[in-house]
Design a protein around this ligand. Sequence first.
Ligand SMILES: Cc1cc2nc3c(=O)[nH]c(=O)nc-3n(C[C@H](O)[C@H](O)[C@H](O)COP(=O)(O)OP(=O)(O)OC[C@H]3O[C@@H](n4cnc5c(N)ncnc54)[C@H](O)[C@@H]3O)c2cc1C
Length: 507
Amino acid sequence: MSATDPAIPTPEFDVIVTGSGIGGLVTATQLAAKGAKVLVLEKYLIPGGSAGYFEREGYRFDVGASMIFGFGKQGTTNLLTRALEGVNMSLDTIADPVQIHYHLAAGLELKVHRDYEKFLQELTAHFPHERKGIRRFYEECWQVFTALNTMDLLSLEEPRYLLRVFFQHPLACLRLVKYLPQNAGDIARRYIKDPQLLQFIDLECYCWSVVPAERTPMINAGMVFSDRHYGGINYPRGGVGQIAQKLVEGLVKAGGKILYKARVTKILVHGGKAVGVQLANGKEYRGKRIVSNATRWDTFAQLLPPETIPTKEKKWQGRYQKSPSFFSLHMGVEGKVFPPGTDCHHILLEDWQKMEETEGTIFVSIPTLLDPDLAPAGYHIVHSFTPSWIEDWKGLSPQEYEEKKEDAAGRLIARLEKIFPGLDAGLDYLECGTPRTHRRFLGRSDGTYGPIPSRKLPGLLGMPFNRTAIPGLYCVGDSTFPGQGLNAVAFSGFACSHRIAVDLGLH
Ligand SMILES: Cc1cc2nc3c(=O)[nH]c(=O)nc-3n(C[C@H](O)[C@H](O)[C@H](O)COP(=O)(O)OP(=O)(O)OC[C@H]3O[C@@H](n4cnc5c(N)ncnc54)[C@H](O)[C@@H]3O)c2cc1C
């Protein structure tokens, strides 16, 4: 059968997007703004996926992301600002003066200030013998960022766009081509020799790429290490969930449609081409183009028959593996635990050797230090999480599961007491999330944070773009180029919508 077979109903939609994560919503809004008839199907009750939220007893918690890039006011890399503007929306954001306050082994305390020179001064004060190397490494990151920040970021699978960008910005393009196959660790090692400083660069990468610098693509490092000082880290007033809410509002105003509690169980394929989707309730929808915002593992094992997985996907799964998930604590805490001057984002690592281990590195976000309205007066929301594998949470009885959660929470809180004395006593609310919670509520295979290279790869060259081996089926989100993070998946959404718009002849 082919898609034009009389037995196959005519598509009611130009584009059907499975999932309303930020990648899916940017794709949907961009296409709706171009006049496409778009349907988004979301299995959960609200949009946002890992950028969603939940409310308990007067607290509004971010489920995942809370250190937000992409809300800058200038350049081209401010993709969240641009995505909202694409459907005439905007968000009030609050500038964060410090990206991360690191609490490290041997009492090393370091802050990444929004002010670039202040950050370099602070780092150099700890490693004065590496003054030149530090500056040269971070300056090389700026080279990548400046090149990206001059051009429209669209689909690298679209030859006419590539040609146009090349003629408009030949030097920037050549620079990016140079960095595309490189990793941050190789460049850091070119300039820096101090082993502890190299460990710090590893952690600087690990805290968003979940791999050390030698496996972190330089393109991503260039973005993160520069944009934090350029557009800065900005927290959306009302919580991270606002981003998805506003995108949905814009989508609907632009004529698009979204359905919640709509779990896609099957991507329908006829004549080798993706033509629609089927929901858990049996309802089918037809579209000219089908987009999956589920992870690639879920897309090619759950939504399509696993035995027909394309060779290209098998190869990708050989190059990339699932990163661990997280064990998360969502806490409501008395205000007195956080003295004036406390920063919003913290990382705690007491032993460098444990950086990549289960429960090694601890991440903490306290967004109410920026937006107090997310908690009852006098209290804060605190989200703390640490890597954890699903295997460790399988095969437990309900009682064992509860006990294991309690033990893990106790260990985390005991460690956090060192940087926030009185945390335990100041707890007003506590809820734990495990890799099982992430799998269930975020709809992500094994609750994974996303793909990580299974060995050292040539930079970003191995990350797939949006088209798949199945005609008519596209993937978007963190298992496509350029990877994890809200601004990165927004990039993937711009690229996906651009490629589909060209394929559908929309302008
Ligand atoms: C604990 C944690 C902390 C993080 N911190 C940060 C941070 O500080 N800054 C940052 O930039 N990034 C952070 N991230 C990463 C960032 O949140 C993700 O990379 C990003 O949100 C992923 O977006 P996505 O578009 O790939 O889709 P996802 O967020 O994975 O959303 C996919 C959506 O698809 C839906 N879905 C899946 N399958 C189906 C189906 N079959 N039918 C219907 N719907 C389906 C899901 O319910 C979900 O809503 C964090 C992530 C986590 C988990």
